[in-house]
Design a protein around this ligand. Structure first.
Ligand code: ZN
Length: 138
């Protein structure tokens, strides 16, 4: 075993202080791993719930009226849930694409760094907090 004492990204960046809120190289690696994990999780969740979301069999005599209504409501919730998961997966994919463009971590609207704390909580964030809340008010 050869001890690996070289650390990539340890080089001091002269811009480090000016762009203090931008994630460091190590933090970006961390966030990218989070994104890949999230992508796998969402894929698994969407595939798994697809089996539960078969059309409700309305004519099935063994199923009582109340449980049919339950089943329909449950299915609607699953559908909504899956919709949300699909939307989140699309965001995750968009965020991973932005890594390739080397634009990850910059707000799509104002171009300012989104900030590591926010990205750590939601690595698929495409907007800074200010722009995100502005969009939600629209
Ligand atoms: Zn912004």
């Amino acid at each position: 075993m050869t001890p690996n004492t070289r650390h990539r990204g340890d080089r001091l960046c002269p811009m480090a202080d000016a762009r203090a809120t931008q994630p460091s190289e190590g933090e970006r690696e961390d966030l990218r791993r989070d994104l890949e994990a999230l992508k796998r999780e969402l894929h698994a969740a969407i595939d798994g719930s697809a089996q539960d979301a078969q059309p409700v069999e309305l004519d099935q005599p063994a199923v009582g009226r109340v449980s049919r209504i339950d089943a329909i409501q449950q299915q609607k919730m699953l559908e909504a849930n899956r919709g949300a998961q699909r939307a989140r997966l699309a965001q995750v994919n968009a965020a991973i694409d932005r890594f390739e463009e080397d634009e990850y971590g910059d707000c799509l609207d104002c171009g300012e760094p989104i900030g590591f704390a926010r990205l750590k909580a939601r690595p698929e964030s495409l907007y800074c907090i200010a722009c995100q809340s502005a969009r939600e008010r629209r």
